[in-house]
Design a binder for this molecule. Structure first.
Ligand code: FES
Length: 133
């Protein structure tokens, strides 16, 4: 197996996570960051909101050539958001809403949703680095 620098860093994070949180599909580090593999990047080519990782803390959003990861956790009191058919986000706890870019459109939330860094590994899998906010 050829291991480039990116793969080495990913495997190092995975090893560290295995020591800290065995059994989970995600990888934690001591800095409260997680790197989650979202599978082949090629499965996110169609425009839309991909909510399959909502429970792990993020939505993937494809809009044209742009693909980004938005937090799925409300910035008010950390409830999980629902993705709406119009590609906005709704918090069922106290009614905050966010637009398709994660900007607050209805309080009580005041902070926009964090956008997480994404990358791909050598095999073309999408990696999302989420951090506690
Ligand atoms: S936790 Fe989302 S509006 Fe309060």
């Amino acid at each position: 197996m050829h291991v480039n620098r990116r793969t080495f860093l990913f495997l190092s994070a995975a090893f560290a996570a295995g020591c800290a949180a065995p059994g989970g599909p995600n990888f934690s580090s001591a800095r409260h960051e997680k790197i989650i593999s979202a599978g082949p990047a090629a499965q996110y080519l169609a425009d839309g909101v991909y909510a399959r990782y909502r429970d792990l803390g993020f939505f993937l959003v494809r809009r044209g050539a742009k693909l980004f990861a938005l937090s799925s956790i409300c910035t008010h009191r950390r409830c999980k958001l629902d993705a709406e058919p119009d590609k906005t986000f709704y918090c069922p706890c106290h009614g905050s809403t966010f637009d398709a870019d994660g900007k607050v459109t209805e309080s009580p939330a005041r902070r926009d949703l964090p956008v997480f860094e994404i990358s791909t590994d050598a095999e073309g899998n999408l990696l999302v680095k989420i951090s506690a906010s």
